[in-house]
Design a protein around this ligand. Structure first.
Ligand code: ACO
Length: 405
């Protein structure tokens, strides 16, 4: 296919944000945006949320089939075996939280990078080694996030237990006591719902990095960096801030209308692929009803529902509906989880998808190397320093720093 790659701005059509561009073939998950459906390897998300566990879902994403009973038992054992962290990583987390009060996603990103330094097989380049690293990193991410949550409160980390599920152990490490089985199940469902989602920005980042045949830690670090952004995983945290700012359900409508007038995006709404209701938002809404009743936090659910009503009335015809982030924050906050941990918990779940896709990429690899349409000047000449003048207007929004005289 020949395509003009030097052009005037706007002359060559391309898909901004790569909308609609197919990055590769995948057997992992399918987002049916028109009908508001999500499938992991063909299984509807509603069935997995009702019957599966995070460990089983992770197995499904990695190996493209459900495990048999002994396979699942062994897979869980392997995940348990990798739960603990090197002492240096626990120490780093405590220091980062204490000294710099850093963004928890920045601490997570660094901690995952550090893991590689204490893992003698991190650089081993074979499929079994990559598969082992995928399970190790996925298992350890929950421990890192729980330790970050505790360190932010000045608390010592709680080492993992081997007799609890991935979700229950996460809550145990976060709160220091074994969770109520209902809340453990809610956490399991949150992890299942966030485990994969087609070619989203962070998964794409992960596979682009993996396509250079680099190690699994580097690939996951790219995913974490991408998920941190407010247009992706960072939205759930902002939803909660919005609900707190609105304060009362009766104030929601006026608040949203004012925000829309100011052309503000409302967090927890809209999606590149779903042009209807995100099925994960429906499931989480139903959990939010029960969880907020137990916690006495129904007010936040009511505010979110009031926002949803105005948004769907105003922007539904434009294909803007609630996404997963609208109700996940309400559920997690009602379980006593700090807002700052919402995005890291999203990573605890999504690392299953990142690593599954990274392995899929590794098995059938081709380096990602797209092109830009070059719209800069076609030919300019180097000008000697003494002949150069400052432009009246900068060609980009960036202003070079000048030393004050
Ligand atoms: N509130 C108000 N208007 C919106 C919203 C929103 N949340 N989302 C999209 N729109 C409007 C845009 O203003 C734009 O309107 P216009 O055509 O009149 O200019 C139109 O819908 C298309 O929006 P884009 O931003 O171009 O759509 P895109 O596909 O690039 O963005 C995205 C998708 C980033 C998710 C966007 O909907 C958004 O910013 N939502 C809020 C953040 C959010 O909730 N992110 C979580 C996404 S889900 C996830 O990552 C887990």
């Amino acid at each position: 296919m020949s395509k003009k790659l030097v052009a005037k701005p706007g002359e060559v059509e391309f898909a901004k944000g790569m909308e609609g561009v197919i990055a590769r073939e995948s057997t992992k998950s399918y987002v049916d945006g028109e009908n508001g459906k999500l499938y992991y390897h063909g299984i509807p998300i509603e069935e997995l949320a009702e019957h599966s566990t995070y460990e089983e879902t992770f197995f499904l994403l990695l190996y493209d089939r459900l495990p048999t009973e002994p396979e699942l038992a062994f897979f869980k054992e392997r995940m348990v075996q990798y739960r603990d962290l090197p002492d240096d990583v626990y120490e780093f987390i405590a220091r980062a939280a204490r000294r710099f009060n850093s963004h928890p996603m920045a601490v997570l990103r660094t901690a995952v990078s550090m893991l590689a330094l204490f893992d003698e097989s991190a650089e081993e380049d074979s499929l079994p080694a990559h598969e082992r690293e995928a399970i190790k990193i996925t298992s350890k991410l929950a421990t890192i996030v729980a330790a970050i949550g505790r360190a932010r409160k000045g608390l010592e980390p709680v080492r993992p237990r081997s007799d609890l599920s991935h979700a229950a152990n996460f809550l145990y490490m976060l709160f220091g006591e074994a969770p109520d089985p209902y809340y453990a199940r809610v956490m399991d469902v949150i992890l299942i719902l966030h485990a994969d989602h087609g070619c989203n920005a962070s998964t794409f980042a992960t596979i682009v990095v993996k396509s250079t045949l680099t190690d699994m830690h580097s690939s996951v670090v790219a995913g974490i960096g991408s998920l941190k952004g407010p247009l992706h995983g960072g939205a759930n945290e902002r939803v909660m801030k919005m609900l707190q700012e609105i304060g009362e359900p009766e104030r929601a409508e006026a608040w949203v209308l004012r925000a829309l007038e100011r052309k503000q995006k409302i967090m927890g709404f809209g999606h590149r692929v779903y042009k209807t209701y995100d099925p994960r938002a429906r499931i989480l809404h139903d959990y939010a009803v029960e969880v907020t009743k137990r916690a006495g936090t129904e007010k936040y659910l009511k505010i979110a529902e009031a926002i949803e009503k105005v948004m769907v009335e105003r922007l539904g015809q434009k294909g803007i509906f609630p996404n997963v982030d609208l109700y996940s924050g309400v559920v997690m906050a009602s379980m006593g989880i700090d807002t700052a941990l919402f995005t890291p918990i999203f990573a605890v779940a999504r690392v299953a998808g990142w690593t599954a896709h990274a392995l899929e990429q590794r098995i059938d690899n081709r380096l990602f190397r797209p092109r830009f349409v070059y719209v800069g000047p076609e030919l300019e000449h180097w000008v000697p320093l003494e002949e150069r003048k400052e432009p009246e207007q900068e060609p980009t929004p960036l202003k070079p720093l000048k030393k004050e005289l």
